[in-house]
Design a protein around this ligand. Structure first.
Ligand code: PAF
Length: 281
């Protein structure tokens, strides 16, 4: 039976008991409304630890004023059942008051420089400050040996890597692969916002990422690859925030230069904002 913990004192006791028993602890932070993609992160965490704890917390500080904080789906019972089936030992389910004892406006904030200036950071000002703030708190609360994040949030993973190194959190990070629907749409809690008419078009993001990869590998100049991607998404009805090729550190590559690449897209279909990426050589 999964243990659901909502207060800091029992959380500390649970972690302390595991530590005294010399068990290695893995942590999977989430915002809930869990799907198979999250469950695969739990399974990855299992491979690297003796005990797995997940958190479900819809973090107000990472949502902008016009974003979907209030309508973000909250399904704690289903989340607990899914986590248990995936092999998770405990669920940390803090309230906003537990996470932010001085309130959201009185909270000490983290700010990761550099990697947050571009892409999601540019389109969602303050978003990564909120992510870094809550992840630091979660790390302090749970004190895991291992933490697992999904590759779908590519830039978030870069931010967390920077945070862990710079703040010397003694935590080993692992990245889980993106799980996809049969048409390639990356699994996301936000997919359920898509209307029946929008849903079949949403798979275009993954197809465009594949086209970006093929064109880059065939030597097409970056500007052309990006312009073609934006045009294709526009034709499918997306409003494109970005469709870009980057080096793994998110800096801009130069045409003709070899090395690993990542293509990243953020685009809105109706009221739903979707992000995805594909990594390649
Ligand atoms: O990726 C998410 O679900 C969130 O950004 C995270 C890491 C749980 C922080 O709230």
């Amino acid at each position: 039976m999964i243990e659901v913990i909502s207060d800091l004192a029992p959380l500390r006791k649970r972690i302390c008991d595991w530590r005294c028993a010399k068990l290695r602890i893995a942590f999977v932070p989430t915002m809930g409304n869990l799907h198979a993609g999250h469950h695969s992160l739990i399974k990855l965490a299992r491979q690297h630890a003796d005990r797995v704890i997940a958190s479900v917390f819809v973090n107000p500080t990472q949502f902008g004023p016009n974003e979907d904080f209030s309508r973000y789906p909250r399904t704690p019972e289903a989340d607990a059942a899914g986590l248990e089936a995936a092999g998770c030992d405990a669920l940390w389910l803090p309230s906003v008051d537990t996470m932010y004892p001085y309130g959201v406006h009185g909270a000490v904030r983290m700010q990761v420089p550099g990697v947050t200036d571009t892409l999601e950071g540019a389109h969602r000002p303050g978003h990564f400050d909120g992510v870094a703030t809550v992840v630091s708190r979660l790390f302090n609360q749970v004190q895991p040996d291992v933490a697992v994040f999904g590759r779908k949030d590519y830039q978030q993973l870069a931010v967390i890597r920077y945070l862990v190194r710079d703040m010397a959190f003694p935590i080993e990070l692992f990245a889980g692969e993106t799980l996809r629907e049969s048409d390639g749409l990356a699994m996301s809690s936000r997919n359920q916002y898509l209307t029946a008419e929008e849903r079949p078009r949403a798979g275009e993001i993954h197809r465009v990422l594949q086209v970006m990869r093929a064109a880059t590998m065939a030597g097409t100049p970056r500007a052309e690859v990006e312009a073609e991607a934006r045009a294709r998404l526009g034709e499918t009805g997306f409003t494109v925030d970005y469709a870009v090729l980057r080096r793994p550190d998110l800096s801009e590559p130069v045409d003709g230069e070899d090395g690993p690449r990542v293509a990243l897209i953020a685009a809105r279909l109706g009221r739903t904002r979707l992000i995805d990426n594909i990594e390649f050589q």
